[in-house]
Design a protein around this ligand. Structure first.
Ligand SMILES: Nc1ncnc2c1ncn2[C@@H]1O[C@H](COP(=O)(O)OP(=O)(O)O)[C@@H](O)[C@H]1O
Ligand SMILES: [Mg+2]
Length: 206
């Protein structure tokens, strides 16, 4: 089983949106996928409860020792404020981490310690854990994107995608759906922005 942690200590950075869409993408590819929801707010769990039965199925893993049906992928959504022992514990479950960052100076600064901790982890577990950043609700040619890029330079962490702000994410979420469950014409530009992230998730050992 491959496992991905979606994490950022700040609330509202896009963790649950990324979790559901990553899981939705993998399910759309015929992969067996489960979500583990570590957030007490249980947003991903509620989203899954709304998911129409005719769409590619995604399971809910209730705890990490849950021995339900075997899956190919586990996508872990995490709460705001994940740090210390809980972060270390979550990191031990996965080989990849995706960090969504929202487009503000406050969000970028608030992610600093977290990204430094991940950078350290990456160095310690060289070749065993891979970390990438997603600019969430961010356009690539904006001040926020430039600031994020400069900020990440010293940390040697790749930017996997800029996912722009789009109502289609919000609307899909209301219905237990993801971009990958919609008619492609409804999310054409958004889907393009996922290409590198999808490739990194499945193949990249960088
Ligand atoms: N790319 C996007 N376009 C539009 N809205 C977004 C996008 N990413 C996240 N959002 C919205 O931003 C808010 C916070 O996202 P969420 O995934 O709940 O963050 P977190 O789980 O980190 O708290 C939600 O209302 C969500 O619908
Ligand atoms: Mg959330």
């Amino acid at each position: 089983m491959k496992a991905i942690l979606i994490a950022n200590p700040k609330g509202g950075s896009g963790k649950t949106t990324l979790t559901t869409n990553v899981a939705g993408y993998l399910a759309s590819q015929g992969q067996r996928v489960a979500i583990l929801d570590l957030d007490r707010q249980k947003s991903a769990t509620q989203w899954l409860a709304n998911r129409p039965r005719n769409l590619p199925s995604i399971e809910l893993m209730h705890s990490e020792s849950d021995m339900g049906a075997p899956v190919d992928w586990l996508v872990i959504d995490s709460p705001a404020g994940l740090h210390g022992k809980n972060l270390e514990h979550a990191l031990r479950l996965v080989h990849k981490v995706i960090v969504p960052i929202a487009p503000s100076a406050f969000d970028i600064q608030a992610s600093r310690d977290f990204l430094e901790a991940l950078h350290h982890e990456k160095t310690v577990r060289k070749g065993k854990i891979f970390v990438g950043v997603v600019g969430m609700r961010m356009d690539s040619r904006t001040r926020a994107a430039l600031t994020l890029e400069q900020f990440l330079k010293g940390l040697d962490l790749p930017i996997l995608a800029y996912l722009r702000e789009a109502q289609v994410y919000v609307n899909a979420a209301f219905e237990g759906k993801t971009l990958f469950d919609l008619a492609p014409s409804l999310a054409e530009r958004e889907l393009e922005q996922w290409a590198y992230l999808i490739n990194w998730m499945q193949h990249s050992e960088e």
